[in-house]
Design a protein around this ligand. Sequence first.
Ligand code: NDP
Length: 451
Amino acid sequence: MNKEVLDQKVNDFMAKVIAKNPSEVEFHQAVKEVVESLIPYIEEHPKYKDGKVLERICEPERVLMFRVPWLDDKGEFQVNRGFRIEMNSAIGPYKGGLRLHPTVNLGVLKFLAFEQIFKNSLTTLPMGGGKGGSDFDPKGKSDNEVMKFCQSFMTELQRHIGPDTDVPAGDIGVGGREIGFMFGQYKRLRNEFTGVLTGKGLEWGGSLIRPEATGYGATYFAKEMLATRGLEIEGKTVVISGSGNVSQYACERVTMYGGKVVTMSDSNGFIYDPNGIDAEKLAYIMNLKNVKRGRISDYATKYGVEYHEGKTPWGVKCDIAMPCATQNELNEADAKVLVANGCYCVSEGANMPSTPEAVEYFLEKKILYGLGKAANAGGVATSGLEMSQNSLRLSWTREEVDQRLHQIMIDIHKTCVKFGKEEDGFINYVKGANIGGFVKIADSMLAQGLV
Ligand code: NDP
């Protein structure tokens, strides 16, 4: 299909999506990226076109929006908005994280739920796509306030979820503390101890390696991409954004492979440590972020390194970049600076961190570009493994889970190569992940009739 025809078809399709879902810009962005990859494939496979699979996949099966009232420490009423998007259950119960961040709205969660469908399919595990959360900001709140919010949020959400229906997990702003409060409330209201959430504590049904999984997985994916060009992580300089769950374990795994991580960031700025963030310094960051809930600028003070207020780290020279903070954190200008500085591999720990223009530039320059849908699928894959262990009422060892995670990332990479290798040998991971994730979903939807 020539580019003009493809552009026309994409624009026609997107016009309908935009008209139906006005102002949900992140959702439009996520759909467009997938549709651009899929339309040529669907034209060659008319059963998907006749079955209107693409149109159906863009429509959530169910959208839940609800009031979350809670009392703050002064005894004053607060109110937030809660969401759960049950996007697609063609291959398993809805599965996807909960995000607590002031920027959360319907469009953001629909983009995340939409991406989740393809990501979960790529893992080969039986999980449908979902996402949820609230515009509640955990920053600056006491443990008591976070608990009050989580209990109120779960009081409504529990009506809609269950171990065979919908199994939420963590995401931005939702770690072990929040999952604990939510699980406790679910248990009280439903009088059942089930695997209804993943990311649980080890003592009460959690899986070893789940905290590490997304960051480790994005590193395993980078390793596979590099291997296609005879390269490895050892000795390479790596720039990481964010300093939360995904960033921390990406840093740990890269360092274990002998790479040197020179940056980390938060929403206020980034630190640049030319000597590398080693295990001891990373332990400091983990305590700073997970226990003290402080700012990354403290690292600069502690270790006497540069701190760049209000900036992202993409101007720092590196071989490999791992955006691990949030959506649209890396734009076209950043992509150009990265490539000009010699970066040849991008492995996305975050969801949709690169803008469409940045992605286009990476593809044009034919660097190794591993999009989040594929590169960060290790998190949900290990959540899938947590669900399996809960169903079996067994716990696997750290080595066993890590080995399964690693194999899943190798297999996702293989799927991307299968569907994304172009005539000149370049691997277009965007195309590979989108088509590779789509086929199983589409075939399942066709088999299930009017769904
Ligand atoms: P955390 O809440 O643990 O950490 C998020 C990090 O990103 C923090 O450093 C935060 O800084 C920074 N950040 C958040 N929002 C912004 C923003 N608007 N601008 C700049 N920095 C920001 O979240 P996770 O590490 O769990 O998630 C990070 C990304 O990875 C997200 O895109 C998420 O969807 C994705 N992801 C997570 C998975 C998981 O298993 N946790 C699985 C797959 C994908 P600050 O502290 O200042 O807010």
